[in-house]
Design a protein around this ligand. Sequence first.
Ligand code: NAG
Ligand code: NAG
Ligand code: NAG
Ligand code: NAG
Ligand code: NAG
Ligand code: NAG
Ligand code: NAG
Ligand code: NAG
Length: 424
Amino acid sequence: MIFTLHAVFALLLLGAVSGHAAAKTCNVAPLGHGKDDTDQVEAAIARCGHFGTTVFAPGEYNITRKMTWDLVSSRVDLHGYLSFIPDIQYWLDAHNTYRVIFIQDQASWFVVTGRDFVIDAHSTGGINGNGQPWWSYFATRTREDGDGRPVAFTLKNVTRGVVRDFRIEAQPFWCNAVADSSEVVYDGMYCNATNQDPLYAGQNVVPNTDGIDTYRSDKITLLRWDITCGDDCLAIKGNSTNIVAKDITCRGGNGIAFGSLGQYIQFNDIVDHVLMEDLKFIRLDPQVQPNLGSGVYFKSWTGTVNGSPPTGGGGGGGYVSNVVVKNVFLDNVTLPIHVYQTNGGHTGDEPSKLQFSNLTFVNWTGTSQRSTIVELACSPAAPCPNMRFENINITPPSGTAPSYICVNVASEFGLPACNATGLA
Ligand SMILES: *[C@@H]1O[C@H](CO)[C@@H](O)[C@H](O)[C@H]1NC(C)=O
Ligand SMILES: *[C@@H]1O[C@H](CO)[C@@H](O)[C@H](O)[C@H]1NC(C)=O
Ligand SMILES: *[C@@H]1O[C@H](CO)[C@@H](O)[C@H](O)[C@H]1NC(C)=O
Ligand SMILES: *[C@@H]1O[C@H](CO)[C@@H](O)[C@H](O)[C@H]1NC(C)=O
Ligand SMILES: *[C@@H]1O[C@H](CO)[C@@H](O)[C@H](O)[C@H]1NC(C)=O
Ligand SMILES: *[C@@H]1O[C@H](CO)[C@@H](O)[C@H](O)[C@H]1NC(C)=O
Ligand SMILES: *[C@@H]1O[C@H](CO)[C@@H](O)[C@H](O)[C@H]1NC(C)=O
Ligand SMILES: *[C@@H]1O[C@H](CO)[C@@H](O)[C@H](O)[C@H]1NC(C)=O
């Protein structure tokens, strides 16, 4: 139902954009090795980004500083890669990135704003994040939210935008973020954070390489995503409403997250009306990426404030409701379905007031690394009503019986026996 609405709106949007796009065209080709393409890329967007078309020929565009594209009734054909120089100290200087997405003070080196646009990368272009030097550098250093590692591709304050067949190679940090935006369709997205430094074989040195984080956004549609990462394949954060994700492959990482939520005491985080379908979770060679944490998991901070965001926080309220996750295949994930409300917490904290309700899981198959298939650890201050399960056929390790754990669940339907026995 939600999906159909979004598909119709996407078609309308394409019609609206193609009506304007003939006005002017800018053509750009890479200047070649050793040259800086940033000026010519910015100049083309300045000239053709409003009511025009910008065509980037195949190849690598050397981008050496932060860049914003404001696109209005515009089309961009990005046949090549915007390659962001791996000068770690340069980007970590707070002056050299934007802080536009608010959540966790994260940094961005490339921001797209505007309305009624299409960016089509034709599966031959997108962004090269040159992440390997970043992953190796941070393998032996502390990583903190808001430390300045840049999001590869940020959509901010966008209304009616389409991103198509876009490839992001080696994101250093989050691959995508969308914030303060509405009616955005990402149709075809590839992200791949795969460590190739033999020094770190067998370790996850690509944490925080999330496929996308959605924040303060409405009507966001994610179609045909292929994400290799060491963290959240998708992360649905506060005030994400009417979200559709369909045909999503997650290779390694933590799984799909709702959260974390409730980090900011001054805000309610609302996540409402989410449909996810046709999801695959693939475990990688453990020498390449040891983690495949969950299928889908939901997490909130506790009700106590433990320090300030971005690194600490807690105490925020809100709710997550009307979520359907169906047609899911799991390849040996650690814990297929998980709810917990103690993120960043300590024993003795106040329980979270953020409530999870109306979550529905349909047609899940595949394998789990442990016998626990579902663990719902809801807050005693906000027990979870209406947890629904249909056709959950996940095979636990041979010789073990599947188990289902429900703590502070107000009502549950469809699991054989769900109770607090065995909660870790
Ligand atoms: C990118 O441009 C800088 C000059 O600003 C240059 O030093 C560097 O070699 C270029 N990199 C590539 C890969 O062409
Ligand atoms: C968002 O974009 C609109 C135009 O599309 C502009 O008027 C407004 O100032 C922008 N808001 C922010 C916070 O950048
Ligand atoms: C991701 O990148 C690694 C390293 O280049 C490669 O081996 C792997 O096949 C890529 N994954 C996908 C899904 O393309
Ligand atoms: C979410 O929206 C509600 C109003 O609907 C607002 O009160 C709250 O502050 C917003 N939260 C965030 C994180 O912006
Ligand atoms: C269940 O999900 C699988 C994908 O994991 C899909 O192939 C199958 O068609 C779905 N079954 C139904 C009845 O929708
Ligand atoms: C599941 O994953 C674990 C950790 O990588 C591995 O030890 C185990 O052999 C895998 N089991 C199957 C059935 O693939
Ligand atoms: C949960 O579903 C019930 C029954 O459909 C509905 O009455 C209730 O409003 C929903 N809760 C939220 C928070 O949307
Ligand atoms: C609680 O769950 C366990 C394991 O799933 C099951 O064996 C037991 O019968 C359940 N107890 C009740 C009271 O439902």
